[in-house]
Ligand binder design. Structure first.
Ligand code: PMP
Length: 427
């Protein structure tokens, strides 16, 4: 497989872009090798600058649920494009998107459109602090909520340790306001609310975690979280940037019998263009300027091209049977991977919810960040490289979620499984 042009571009990129990439995981540091520079994508495939075509399970990290370059989404963008690309003034199509989102997400009476998931979660925290007059935030180890200062914090030793910054440049004071708990750990959650409940402005959670690999929640954990936040007067923020419209039409919260005070959306709602959203009860959202004192703004917020792509993507997803089909595709991939693993004698577990999935090597169960981190990353690297060489493009890290789209056919999945069986025999 030729990679000369990707190699050449990466060498050039390293001179002018830090690490050669505009988002770290694209550099493939976890798996090594030359990151492929993508020329074009169609349906379930991406094609690199050297002309290699791969079946893609990255899906731009989640947004491409309909597949790449979906014809009606492209058409919607083209139609919008003819009228201009940005006005810095309100448009009819953003009202349409806001109405679609508020109708689909329980508890979302009002919503503001932003450009990235990072902005959505950052605004959610500001709203929660303003609403409660409190400072402390609780997040869960292994959940990622974008790169704003207060959320770039990992656990210290022990569940109740106040956070230390994960990144230089985040002040100790900012990190200290963020408490980090293990995901799915009810005891730690009970303790933190018993000790600090009245100081906690908000708890932010991925209701299905997708950033330590895929880790489903223990349903009881989410219902307890809802109960504890309500009784302490803390704001519950569900970060559904990945899960929103991925597992079902709307949020995943109803699957677990909870309704967040604030929900963050991103990825799918922008149909592959830069768009995200933060919404919740009118009481919380009406704190935002110009109605209220909480400041938030964006030159490109509600950008007409992004909104057009989002509206059309959600229109397609509202059609009957979409999520059943996505679940069938995910189930086919899961079952085939498990059979291939069994045949190879490899120890591994597969976590899946709908069209999201992660294969963890060397483990029987993954329920939180600690168990995820114990996986065999060397085995994953061999698997990743073997799959890549045979035309399957997986996320380049053991701790990422694979995304299946509507464009993945049974044949695509079966070919992936046939290759996986061959590759696993050599891992
Ligand atoms: N929240 C979650 C759950 C995410 O997965 C991500 C990005 N992967 C973000 C927030 C941040 O979104 P963005 O990259 O658009 O800033």
């Amino acid at each position: 497989m030729a990679t000369d042009l990707s190699q050449k571009l990466f060498t050039e990129a390293l001179r002018s872009i830090p690490g050669g990439v505009n988002s770290p995981v694209r550099a493939w540091n976890a798996v090594g090798g030359v990151p492929r520079f993508i020329q074009r994508a169609r349906g379930a495939t991406v094609t690199d600058v050297d002309g290699n075509t791969y079946i893609d399970y990255v899906g731009s990290w989640g947004p491409m649920i309909l597949g790449h370059a979906h014809p009606t989404v492209l058409q919607a963008i083209q139609t919008a494009l003819r009228d201009g690309t940005s006005f810095g003034a309100p448009t009819a199509c953003e009202v349409e998107l806001a109405c679609t989102l508020t109708a689909a997400i329980p508890g979302m009476e009002k919503v503001r459109l932003v450009s990235t998931g990072t902005e959505a979660t950052m605004t959610a925290l500001r709203l929660a602090r303003a609403a409660t007059g409190r400072d402390k935030i609780v997040k869960f180890d292994g959940c990622y909520h974008g790169h704003s200062d207060g959320l770039l914090v990992r656990a210290g030793s022990g569940a109740l340790t106040f956070g230390t910054p994960t990144s230089p440049g985040v002040s100790a004071a900012t990190a200290a306001a963020t408490l980090v708990l293990p995901y799915n750990d009810l005891t730690a959650l009970d303790r933190v609310f018993a000790e600090h409940g009245r100081e906690i402005a908000a708890v932010i959670i991925e209701p299905i975690a997708g950033n330590m690999g895929l880790v489903p929640p223990n349903p009881e954990f989410l219902t307890s979280l809802r109960r504890l936040t309500s009784s302490a007067g803390s704001v519950l923020i569900c970060d559904e940037v990945i899960t929103g419209f991925r597992v079902r039409y709307g949020a995943v919260q109803p699957l677990y019998g909870i309704t967040a005070d604030v929900t963050c959306l991103g990825k799918i709602v922008g149909g592959g263009l830069p768009l995200a959203a933060v919404g919740g009860s009118a009481a919380i959202m009406d704190q935002l300027a110009p109605l209220g004192p909480v400041y938030q703004a964006g030159t490109l917020s509600g950008n007409p091209l992004a909104v057009a792509a989002g509206n059309e993507t959600l229109t397609q997803l509202a059609k009957p049977g979409v999520y059943e089909r996505l679940d069938e595709k995910g189930a086919r991939l899961e079952a085939g991977l498990k059979a291939a693993l069994k045949k190879s004698g490899q120890r591994a577990c597969v976590n899946r919810v709908g069209s999201m999935l992660t294969l963890f090597f060397g483990l029987d169960e993954v329920v939180d960040s600690k168990s995820a981190m114990a996986c065999d990353t060397a085995a994953f690297t061999k698997f990743f490289q073997g799959m890549l060489a045979r035309g399957i493009y997986l996320p380049p890290s053991a701790f990422e979620t694979w995304f299946v789209s509507m464009a993945h056919s049974e044949d695509d999945i079966d070919l992936t499984l046939q290759i996986a069986t061959d590759v696993l025999a050599k891992v």
